[in-house]
Design a protein around this ligand. Structure first.
Ligand SMILES: [Zn+2]
Length: 198
């Protein structure tokens, strides 16, 4: 009984650490970089997020290593992402860059200071970027054409080795992820997978 009480108390007092920043639309770089120390019990709704068990806290993340690349993802999603990445690697797909967990406000409305105001899905460790230098993020891009504007990463050409194709995206879809390269709306994020695609 005492043991159970101690366990309960330590779970409630569980620490939460993360490094945050705000994306400056004007300066096109992260600003207000800060280390946050709080407790799981005191998380705000936005810090907790909407993906069960995957908050912005480092404590919810685990480190993975695939093809010699190290990155972090939320424990609840890590195994499924790792499986899809290992299948890719086994097919001979060149994995050059992988980025998972990375806390930062790079989404949502821009405030009066020119800063984005919402955490991206990477902030919760539920999104993963693959080979950013070959699979750029485009704006003004309802459907992919030369009129789309590249805002992050490198030019997307589906015929290049290391580019994400619809066939490659199927491996991730089978594990419950959606591909940012085929979501509805103004953005196409060819490097990006998450449960919602954004
Ligand atoms: Zn991404």
């Amino acid at each position: 009984m005492v043991g159970a009480l101690i366990l309960l108390t330590s779970a409630l007092a569980q620490d939460c650490h993360y490094q945050n920043w705000d994306w400056s639309v004007r300066e096109r770089r992260p600003v207000n970089i800060q280390r946050v120390i709080t407790s799981k019990a005191k998380l705000t709704p936005e810090e907790r997020g909407t993906h069960a068990g995957c908050s912005v806290c480092e404590e919810d993340q685990t480190e993975l290593q695939v093809a010699g690349l190290r990155f972090k993802m939320c424990r609840r999603h890590a195994q499924r992402a790792e499986l899809a990445l290992k299948q890719l690697h086994q097919k001979g797909f060149p994995l050059k860059e992988i980025e998972g967990y990375r806390v930062g406000k790079s989404k949502g409305l821009v405030n009066a200071q020119g800063l984005r105001t919402q955490f991206s899905n990477h902030s919760y460790g539920v999104a993963i970027d693959i080979n950013a230098s070959l699979n750029g993020l485009y704006e003004n891009c309802v459907s992919f054409s030369p009129a789309c504007r590249l805002i992050r990463g490198g030019v997307y050409d589906s015929t290049k080795k290391g580019a994400i194709t619809p066939a490659i995206a199927e491996l991730f879809k089978a594990q419950g992820f959606k591909w940012g390269g085929e979501i509805q709306g103004q953005q196409k994020d060819f490097m990006h997978f998450s449960p919602t695609g954004d």
